[in-house]
Structure formats: C-alpha cells, structure tokens
Design a protein around this ligand. Structure first.
Ligand SMILES: CC(C)(COP(=O)(O)OP(=O)(O)OC[C@H]1O[C@@H](n2cnc3c(N)ncnc32)[C@H](O)[C@@H]1OP(=O)(O)O)[C@@H](O)C(=O)NCCC(=O)NCCS
Length: 148
C-alpha cells in the first residue's frame, strides 16, 4: 500500500465499517454496536484509510486495568495484503505499550490461517482454546496473546 493512515474511529466511519463487518463475519457488528463504542471510555477503535480518505479496514479493542482484548480486525477484500492490518496492529500495540498495558489478547478461528499468520508476525502466541467459541459455522476459538 503506497500510504496507509490510521486515525481514531468517528461517527462518519460507522456505516462503512458496518458494511465491512457484514462482508467479513457471520455475526457482524451492527451500526448501533459500533456507534456505542464512540461513547465507551475503555474502547480503542482505529480506522485505516488510504491517501484519498477511503476506509480500508479497522481494529477495535477494549482495555481495562492494563488488560487489552481485541474484538475486531477487518480489512476490505480488495485492500488486503497491502499492509493495512499491520498498520492498525502497529498503532494498537504502540498505544498499549505507551499505556503500560500488560498484554493484548484475542480469539481467532483455527481455520483462519491468514489472520493467525498476521498475529504471529506481531509476536502473538497461542495460550489456550475456547471450545465452540464461534457459531455459523461452529468452531473453537484459539486464544492468542501478546505479552508486553
Ligand atoms: C486477516 C486480515 C485482517 C489481514 O489484513 P491485511 O491488511 O490483508 O493484512 P496485512 O497486509 O497487514 O498482512 C500482513 C502479513 O500477515 C500475513 N497474512 C495476512 N493475510 C494473510 C493470508 N490471507 N494468508 C497468509 N498470510 C497472511 C502475511 O504474513 C502478511 O504479510 P505479507 O503480505 O508480506 O505476506 C484480512 O484478511 C481480513 O480482514 N480478513 C477477514 C476478517 C478476519 O478474518 N479478521 C480476523 C478475525 S480474528
């Protein structure tokens, strides 16, 4: 990607991110669910955009007492493999380090080899498995954690 800019999620991104959620997930976050995060002081939601301001993807995380839980990472299909998710995760991990957080953790489908490869590049390690964490289709959730 020639240029990926990362900024805070604002109200103007919500409809595009809800569209992205529907493209990516069987249980997508709604516009209302995303908009609620704008008011949540524990939420850290960031958006990647190209040089023209087009939304490429986003990441969402919640942090309480230095423990960070990533909820969502998604990039539009035609923008993938160009570094957008990496730019978002760099931004997120930098923020977590600057705020003296202990770890960042997330769940991922074992079948999602692309996402697992991405997280492993950032140093996330498998620490456990939640049985039948996902629905439609049913699948366990691998727990990947990056200790900071
Ligand atoms: C997973 C996802 C967020 C990756 O976004 P992206 O912007 O394409 O990721 P990046 O371009 O930053 O990839 C960085 C590295 O991660 C790895 N990677 C990313 N996608 C991969 C894939 N499909 N297959 C293999 N490796 C992959 C590669 O090592 C890649 O580096 P490279 O392109 O130089 O080989 C994107 O594919 C996506 O939105 N998928 C659908 C939603 C999803 O599954 N989210 C994760 C839920 S836990």
């Amino acid at each position: 990607m020639e240029q990926v800019k990362v900024c805070a999620m604002t109200a103007e991104h919500i409809s595009e991110l809800a569209r992205l959620e529907k493209l990516c997930f069987s249980e997508p976050w709604s516009e209302a669910g995303l908009a609620a995060e704008l008011e949540n002081e524990n939420a850290f939601f960031r958006v990647a955009r190209d040089a023209h301001g087009n939304v490429l993807g986003y990441v969402g995380m919640h942090c309480v007492a230095g423990e960070c839980y990533i909820d969502n990472v998604a990039v539009f299909p035609d923008a993938r493999r160009k570094g957008a998710a990496s730019a978002l995760l760099n931004d997120l991990v930098d923020w977590a380090r600057q705020n003296s957080c202990a770890f960042v953790t997330l769940e991922v489908r074992p079948s999602n080899s692309g996402a697992i490869a991405l997280y492993q590049k950032f140093g996330f390690e498998e620490v456990g498995r939640r049985k039948r964490f996902y629905r439609d289709p049913d699948e366990d959730g691998l727990i990947l954690t990056l200790n900071l």
